[in-house]
Structure formats: C-alpha cells, structure tokens
Write a protein that binds this ligand. Structure first.
Ligand SMILES: *[C@@H]1O[C@H](CO)[C@@H](O)[C@H](O)[C@H]1NC(C)=O
Ligand SMILES: *[C@@H]1O[C@H](CO)[C@@H](O)[C@H](O)[C@H]1NC(C)=O
Ligand SMILES: *[C@@H]1O[C@H](CO)[C@@H](O)[C@H](O)[C@H]1NC(C)=O
Length: 347
C-alpha cells in the first residue's frame, strides 16, 4: 500500500525531483511492472489449458458421484449433473477402462482417476454434460459387433435416464477415436471429437449428415497428422464441419507432476524432476527426450532409494510424461476448445 501511494505521488507530483528519487521511482515502477508481468505469465496460456489443474474435488463444485452398472458383459460408469444440457460418451484407448475416468470414491473403490481422463470428466460435469464411459470388451475397441452393442447400451442408458431430448456428443482417444468415428454412422451425435486418431474414414460411408468432427492431435506423430489432413479434406468436401487442435510438447517443471496428479506430493514431484534431469530423460529446457513409455524412468526410480512413488500413481506419472512429450496420449489440456466445439454444435 505504502509503495503504491509513493508511486502515485511521484507520478502526479508537479515538481522536479532530485536524481536519486527519480531513479528510485523508476526502479520501483520497473519492479511493479515485473511483478505484474510475472503474475500474468503464471496464468496458463488458454490455448494449452491449465497445466496446474489438478482440480481436486474440494476446490470445485463438481464432485465424482458415479454410478456403476454391469451390462452386456462390460461395465458402464456414468454421472448425470443437475439439469444436464448434453450427454458425452467417452471412449478410452487400448488398455483403457471406464474406471480410468473416475477418481476412487465410496461409489467406485476400484476407480483409478488417471489425470487427463478425470479432468475431461470434471470439465464435462462442470459444463453440465452427463458423462457416460464404457469399457471395451477386449484390450482395444473393435469395429463390428462391439459397435452395435455399444450403440444399444448408449440408447438404453439414455432412455432409462430420460435424456432422449438432449444432444449426444462423443470423444474417443486413439482406439476410442477410431471407434467413435465408426459409431457416428450408427448413432446420431451432434458433434464428435477424435483425439490422437485419424478415424476409420477409409472404412465407413460418410454421408452429409455425418457429425461435425474435431481432430485433437499431436503433430509430432507425423504419419497420423498426414492422415488427419487427408481425412479432413474428405469430410470438408462432403460439407461436414471439421476443425483441428494441435497439441505440442511442453517442458516439465519441479511442480508439474504434483500440479496434475492428486496425491503426488510436491517434494516427490521435485525429486522426480531432478532424477529425470540427472538421468538425461529431459533436456536442458525440461522437455522429454523420448516418450514416457520409451524412457527407463521406472528402472531409475527403482534404483534410487531416496524417492518413493506410490505404486498406484506410476501409471499417472507415465501418462503425464507421455503428454509432455506429445506424441500419443490422452489430453485434457484442450478442454476449453473441445467443449466449445461441442457447445457450438448442439442445435
Ligand atoms: C445387451 O443386454 C441386454 C440385456 O441386459 C439385452 O437385451 C441386449 O440384447 C444385449 N445387447 C446385445 C447387442 O447383445
Ligand atoms: C485439494 O484442495 C484443497 C483446497 O485447496 C487442499 O487443501 C487439499 O490438500 C487438496 N487435496 C489434494 C489431494 O491435492
Ligand atoms: C536419487 O536421485 C537424486 C536426483 O537425481 C539424486 O540427487 C540422489 O543422489 C539419488 N539417490 C540415490 C540413493 O541414488
């Protein structure tokens, strides 16, 4: 307060000042500007979303209260907010499961809450989307009978919950992206998002009523990027709305893992960052040198007795490392744009 008062006096005073006062004032202004600038810099760039968004339930109005049902040989986990505006079907990638999208809770003790999956659900719920997740029957989704089963399951769930009047949208990542691109010919989605997947547009009949399609992809995966370019052109030529969001690598920091993984302590996050730096897993600017899956970080961790990571969080760390490398991973960083896409195609 005092400093601000001084500053405004200095700025408004009509007399000339002795040189030391002038310099002191300039330094003060500079410090204030730097402070403001630093504050601004801390704000996450909206185009890549919120790196610091762990979004634990107590901080927000949204809480996990999922319902778990077994049907057609698989599990459906879902949650309907008050006054839902739309329905989001989420399809995981290979090795995924419905439990990955939800935090562990009394309703769902076996839920795992992977960092990106859970944030997608929280974003959806906060925007009043009812969320439906289903596990694939096998390791990955398949495109024939499973499509019909899931179509039935979604229809049954929508009807049972009397949500037939709401727009239905879908987001699928990787194998789930191929699956959703096919499912969009069986079910009426108002729009879809295909994440790190080019879709199966070489195998399906795309008509004019195919839903507007957003591709969220990682250009480091150059081959897939080429395919997406090609398929976007195919869709565009049929008059279907298309858009893309490119997800690029970003550097790790000491707090990065703690910022995104509930239950991972700041101190552990900082130690892991140091370990990755000492082992050369990240470069001098903090960028991952390889995909998390290709980085022997678990081995390095095992050999280091001074860092302990809860076994249940290893998969979570791996996911964030993959995300930072930005070659092939589920991402919630673009949630703002993804939900804007859904919301602008709901009429
Ligand atoms: C799914 O299960 C329901 C009953 O639980 C059954 O009526 C329906 O035929 C099944 N759908 C498929 C495609 O197997
Ligand atoms: C969740 O947020 C609250 C309030 O900011 C904080 O006190 C608590 O430690 C957080 N929990 C976790 C697991 O990060
Ligand atoms: C564990 O890793 C940290 C960070 O690389 C390092 O400073 C420390 O010496 C290691 N400790 C052991 C026991 O290897």
């Amino acid at each position: 307060m005092l400093k601000r008062a001084n500053k405004s006096k200095a700025l408004h005073g009509p007399q000339k000042f002795p040189l030391p006062v002038l310099i002191a004032t300039l330094v003060l202004i500079l410090v204030i500007l730097m402070f403001l600038f630093y504050k601004n810099n801390e704000k996450p760039d909206s185009s890549i979303g919120h790196l610091k968004q762990k979004w634990n339930s107590s901080e927000q109005f949204v809480q996990f209260h999922p319902t778990i049902e077994l049907r057609n040989g698989t599990d459906m986990i879902s949650q309907i907010p008050d006054s839902p505006r739309a329905i989001l079907f989420l399809a995981h990638g290979c090795n995924g499961k419905a439990v990955n999208f939800w935090d562990s809770s009394d309703n769902c003790p076996m839920c795992i809450g992977l960092p990106e999956e859970r944030l997608l659900v929280l974003h959806a719920l906060s925007r009043k989307f009812a969320v439906l997740t289903i596990s694939s029957a096998g390791r990955c989704w398949t495109l024939r009978k499973e499509r019909l089963i899931v179509k039935d399951m979604i229809r049954w769930w929508v009807k049972r919950n009397k949500l037939e009047n709401l727009p239905l949208v879908a987001l699928g990542a990787s194998s789930g992206g191929y699956f959703v691109s096919g499912l969009a010919t069986d079910l009426k989605f108002s729009s879809i998002t295909l994440m790190i997947a080019e879709g199966v547009f070489n195998q399906i009949d795309v008509t004019e009523d195919y839903p507007p399609t957003l591709f969220v992809h990682m250009p480091k995966d150059f081959f897939r990027q080429q395919k997406i370019r090609e398929y976007m052109e195919v869709l565009r030529n049929k008059g279907i709305g298309v858009a893309e969001i490119e997800c690029n690598p970003f550097p790790l920091s000491q707090s990065f893992l703690a910022d995104r993984i509930p239950g991972l302590e700041k101190a552990v996050s900082a130690k892991l960052f140091e370990l990755f730096r000492d082992k050369g897993f990240i470069d001098e600017n903090g960028y991952m040198r390889s995909d998390g899956r290709q980085t022997p970080w678990k081995q390095a961790l095992k050999e280091n007795k001074s860092i302990t990571v809860d076994k249940s969080l290893v998969h979570h760390v791996q996911e964030e490392l993959n995300l930072a490398f930005a070659y092939h991973e589920m991402t919630s960083l673009q949630s703002e744009q993804i939900f804007k896409w859904f919301e602008t195609h709901m009429s």
